[in-house]
Design a binder for this molecule. Sequence first.
Ligand SMILES: [Zn+2]
Length: 304
Amino acid sequence: MNDDIPFDKNLQLAPDIADEPTPGVRRIMANNPGPFTFKGTVSYIIGRGKVAIVDPGPDDPAHIAALLDAVRNETVTHIFVTHTHRDHSPAVPAVKAATGATVYAEGPHRAARPLHIGEHNPLDASADRDFRPDIALKDGEVVTSNGWSIEAVATPGHTANHMSYALKEKNTLFAGDHVMGWATSIVAPPDGAMSDYMDSLAKLVRRTETTYFPGHGPAISDAPRFVNYYILHRKAREGSILHRLSKGATDIPTIVRAIYIGIDPRLTGAAGLSVLAHLEDLVARGLVTTEGQPAIDGVYRLVG
Ligand SMILES: [Zn+2]
């Protein structure tokens, strides 16, 4: 699957050892490899002396110790959080306690839409519901410190509170899980929403940053071109769903079997939620219909 996007799975980075992929940006990867995290969550350190950390990562004592060791004899003034999945934000309290840094993010975890009656949230376990920023950022706000300035770029879709961060001096974007070099982003209702996600991709194409540092995997160069591939991939997936529905009414497991050929079995649940995200969007646009609210166990048909 996803052969259409020029993925880069080449990441020579040992867990919990800092490197400096570009002057002024260090990174350090947690040892939490998995089907959703690739080799691990990547935390970033911006600047020298007085620094900012982007995404302290999971609640893993070894990663927290390695992160604090990497900034020994420096002052961490800011922590920026892209979103509240458990592999990105739970290390915040420990790093804040050790450094006194101020925590910036869009806001606490929240779903993109309310739960339907009888629906349970399959993503509950993945969310860090304890997270609270000290400062809630709005789209376009700029935070300036010692030698760097960060612009908050709201990119909802993967989660409702997903924020990317543009490092103005480097023409670089910390993209969290919104755009990644190694795989497509998961967009899964009710926490995620496809219409938001597509709007956020379109917004990035209009920006000038050429390099992205994602939450998982290697840096992405020629970023706007890469984002265009992401957009084309989603449109192709939507086309595949509409094509399957053109053969008659069907359910999500049948669509997943038809269009996710050769998928890692551990990702089947996520694939089903991703199809649900597309179907919610198609129902909202009046192209597809279902009985009641779009649901994971619903039957879907083309309109007209
Ligand atoms: Zn995530």
